[in-house]
Design a protein around this ligand. Sequence first.
Ligand code: GLY
Length: 353
Amino acid sequence: MYTVHLKTSTPYDILIGPGLIAQSGNLIGKVFSPCKAAVITDSNVHPLYAPTVMHSLSNAGFQPVEYVFPAGEQSKTLSTLSDILEFLAEHQLTRSDIVVALGGGVTGDMAGFAAAVYARGISFVQIPTTLLAAVDSSVGGKTAVDLKAGKNLAGAFHQPSLVLTDTDVIKALSDQLLSEGAGEVIKYGVLRDPELFSLMCEKDWKEHLAEIILRCVEIKKDVVSCDEYDNGIRKLLNLGHTFGHAIEKCSDFTVPHGFGVAIGMAIASGAAGKKDVCNRIIQANTNCGLPSSFDCEPSILAAAALTDKKRSGETIDLIFPEKIGSCYIKKTPVDQLPFLFETGLNTIKEILA
Ligand code: GLY
């Protein structure tokens, strides 16, 4: 088992290894005394892992209760959040009790936000069950729900007290879910790690999942420990996200987040005039079963990007690759967005022709 220690305002461990779901009660018991534990999960993950987690928590002396919501981004709303908060209140959770987020990015973001606001903040544990959540969203304390205007527009910074990543769970994922997570892994390669990037261009990348998760979490730890509240270098972790979120939104969320990030990175490199980097990102995307293009008018995509959180007045912080392993943040006037989408998508078209 690997342990990564993240020093934020409230420091915590990220444990990565096999069999952690079955040991979750004892592992959580090393951080919390027995208390009520509200396990929040979705309808896909519930039958697979909730019974094991509930049993393990009971055996370790916790009083677990479970809340299940319909799987999918369409559940990541204020309405589901409200239901979760009412559930916590009905079960009389207090500030000495905990929330356990068992699932992918939607579950972790929404259960984390519930923990951030319930009783003005209670502790929570992340148990990510997707590659995307394991390498990115379970670490660093960003919690949120979507608003009609855009993704993650209502949220809070609230660090988990423990992250348990069971590599057996990640290894059992479908090809589609592994591809979705690969979008974020390639992001970490483009940002900081040419070796990780090269691994994502190899046919056997899925045989190295534990090492891939460890490497991404180590990079995220380095970034988040310098800039917990996203005022500086943490913005780099948004590589591909502004372009990608616009694509997700314009597809009515039929394009999943990891796919949006993959296409978004290709657009960012094309828009920056880095055709060689764009070409390599497309190669990595293709190798990992990810798309690199999206058919939509640049002006429509640009309009969808205007509600992005990285916008401040008439500018937006965009992330562009310099080369594989190095990126930079550029404050960009929002009226350049249509041109950037167009240039990026045209570069991708030329490469794919
Ligand atoms: N997912 C980007 C971040 O945590 O900052």
